[in-house]
Write a protein of this length. Structure first.
Ligand code: NAG
Length: 340
């Protein structure tokens, strides 16, 4: 029966090619084998391929976009990820995204963990076009939708090319924070790279003069449109230096936050990104000072204020502002939420 023959053949073929190193040429015989025996594929668990040192190479040939999770059976974070990972596999299938999820039991597959330098669990690596030597480290969220979005921005374009007003309007309607690059001279590669990782924003770009005109632009600019606060923020591209990834990413983080953002676990990374500070009740983190006037009393909320202006001082009665400039903060301010 084919079913019993396959593993033996695989072992043989992989053993043979193993002697010649990691052969990845399209001529590799095992590829034909896979095609010749439909249904005799690598086992799947909840939509996720289960790979080992024999089958990883086959999967790499078969799937041009392969995300591999190295897990350990005893690892708590891996257990937490498992249902999200399966859900992501189902979403990818439902949306016909050409990306495949797989997993490898790390402790049972020492050869692979050594090959890929896996030192902790879970570790996720993304393999493109069967390239075994240069996987991309997965740095995205560990929940289903985030995983899917991270992959979509790699297998497809990370930003939508806009040709006309209708297209621009449709994109702007699609999200709370929409970033459009208006580029006539600037190369879009930097912009697209940033868009691959900024999953909570929607990206588009255009070189159409009529769109420049429509949005009142005369030179290359990245515009962040938001459905809150002041509605729009412009980042003009430096004509001499070009688009700076670091500067643009700090700009987007700062301007995509609410004018005053209450500190929480979710915003902490964004807060670090824009060098804002916060105060926990009774705590003190340099170089930021304790809020005056009892706002650091037990139970008071604390905020992170991520601004270079004092606009947030005028945002209404639910926030109490200290009006004091933070030292070493680039002119940012902090305040605390008024109770009740
Ligand atoms: C894998 O990717 C790296 C970096 O892009 C490239 O230098 C290398 O040639 C690729 N290897 C194969 C086998 O395609």
């Amino acid at each position: 029966m084919d079913g019993q023959l396959l593993p033996v053949l695989l072992l043989f073929l992989l053993g043979a090619s193993g002697l010649q190193g990691q052969g990845q040429g399209p001529e590799r015989p095992s590829e034909d084998l896979l095609e010749d025996t439909p249904g005799e594929e690598v086992p799947k668990e909840d939509g996720v391929l289960v790979l080992n040192h024999r089958t990883l190479g086959l999967a790499l040939q078969e799937y041009p976009a392969l995300l591999v999770e190295f897990f350990a059976p005893w690892c708590g974070h891996c257990k937490a990820l498992a249902p999200e990972y399966s859900k992501a596999a189902a979403l990818l299938a439902a949306e016909s995204v050409t990306a495949t999820l797989a997993k490898v039991d790390g402790p049972a597959e020492r050869e692979l963990t050594e090959e890929f330098g896996v030192t902790g669990y879970p570790t996720l690596k993304f393999f493109r076009d069967g390239n075994r030597t240069h996987p991309e480290e997965y740095t995205g969220p560990r929940e289903a939708k985030g995983i899917v979005e991270w992959l979509k921005r790699r297998v497809g374009s990370s930003a939508t090319r806009l040709e006309d007003e209708e297209g621009a309007q449709a994109l702007m309607d699609a999200g709370d924070v929409v970033v459009i690059g208006f580029f006539q001279d600037e190369d879009v590669a930097t912009f697209l790279a940033l868009a691959r990782d900024a999953l909570d924003m929607t990206f588009g770009f255009t070189d159409q003069p009529k769109l420049f005109q429509k949005f009142g632009l005369t030179k290359d600019t990245v515009v962040l449109f938001k459905k809150f606060d002041e509605g729009r923020a412009d980042f003009p591209v430096d004509e001499e230096l070009g688009l700076d990834l670091g500067d643009l990413s700090r700009f987007l983080i700062t301007h995509s936050m609410l004018l005053v953002t209450e500190f929480s676990h979710q915003v902490s990374s964004a807060a670090w990104g824009c060098r804002a500070g916060w105060m926990g009740p009774g705590s003190h983190r340099k170089p930021f000072h304790r809020p005056p006037g009892g706002s650091s009393a037990p139970g008071s909320s604390t905020i992170c204020c991520c601004l270079s202006t004092r606009r947030w001082l005028h945002i209404g009665s639910s926030w109490r502002a200290s009006g004091r400039r933070l030292p070493h903060s680039g002119g940012r301010y902090w305040g605390s939420r008024r109770k009740g």
